[in-house]
Ligand binder design. Sequence first.
Ligand SMILES: [Zn+2]
Length: 503
Amino acid sequence: MSVATAELVDYDDVIATYEPVMGMEVHVELSTATKMFCGCANRFGAEPNTLVCPVCLGLPGSLPVLNEAAVESAIRIGLALNCDIAPWGRFARKNYFYPDQPKNYQISQYDEPIAIDGYLDVPLDDGTTFRVEIERAHMEEDTGKLTHLGSDTGRIAGATTSLADFNRAGVPLIEIVTRPIEGTGARAPEIARAYVTALRDLLRGLGVSDVRMDQGSMRCDSNLSLKPVGATEFGTRTETKNVNSLKSVEVAVRYEMRRQAAVLNSGGTVTQETRHFHEDGYTSPGRSKETAQDYRYFPEPDLEPVAPDAELVERLRQTIPELPWLARKRIQQDWGISDEVMRDLVNAGAVELVAATVSHGASSEAARAWWGNFLVQKANESEVELETLPITPAQVAAVVKLVDEGKLSNKLARQVIEGVLAGEGEPEQVMADRGLALVRDDSVIQAAVDDALAANPDVADKIRGGKIQAAGAIVGAVMKATKGSADAARVRELVLAACGQSG
Ligand SMILES: [Zn+2]
């Protein structure tokens, strides 16, 4: 149930009395080809229970086999978060029953995580950064997905039927846990959102996950407690589960600050519990929080310890790219564009594509124009992300080169790109197959001009008589006859010359 707004403390009053302490736990599904401990495909959106096998269904006698690619992704995430990588660590069994988990335990890392003691310098809107310390990042497996039918809320309470889909069971997960985030004051909600945003961008830049909060491949739990201003001891915290958009992260933190302040101001105590986040902006009580003892963790006997050697870690360290927001700042300066233009490119998901196109030889202006206008429009028409369009930066650069060399007009270039998108091959191939090359041969254009003048004797006479503006009709006829493959300015010159005018 929602706490009525009147029962919440005004935000400014919360800040005057209390200091918020946050903690963020973010689960990220890795985009490996296969699951964590079996060969089943790791793919979103398949028919229910089609991506399963005895291992991820927890059938008797099945044994897990560790996915090395997932371990490498975990190490890269740890390195990108400035963590130490543990040279040795075991998986653990986290024991609990839930119908989305056929083994009745989750294979996770408990006291021996792969990555520990890191930090992330989170960029804020005002240009400053806020350091969030990372306690750990550990590997685990995802559960299946339950769909509850018959209740108004989609939750299990009141449901008449529940459906289980185990396609997600065993998908590799990384859980990234911060240390308590203190000293944010009034900026706590903003910093929570900025942290999750930065983490999303970082993971996307690493190419380890598609980090889609809307599809659940990135999920955030936000912990919050309040302590009186100046106090050293933390208050009791609540954990708001599955806050599934960047905006919701900010809303959930702000709401919990106002709600807990109301509880404390009225002389009550905050209950340690998990809370559900509701999309209309409030949280409600969930279950009281389990402790680690409840899960009876013990080392997983069916898997060998993970022991990455130093050489592997160093090799993976070389693959960590520049932080995406620093790269963007540098790129923006290189390209000489305004904050606004840059923001549009970022929002369109075009920055990396433009940069890659530039690295294939295109000018940044041309690359921006194609990705930021024409291709964004094509992506919107097909309702896909820009980066999933079936055209590569190298192909766009090739089209730009053909335009620069005068072999294509911009209009013909659009048709070439449409051909590439339609799967007709490389730009040169599309150009040849569709007959799209700009005609450079004057004799071809001259023949079309002569034909057009002969077909329009009245217009020809007007031009000969000095009405140069009448030439437009002949130019149009020639462009039509050559299917737009002639250079209009050259056509006009030839029309005027044929009629004894100098232009
Ligand atoms: Zn499987």
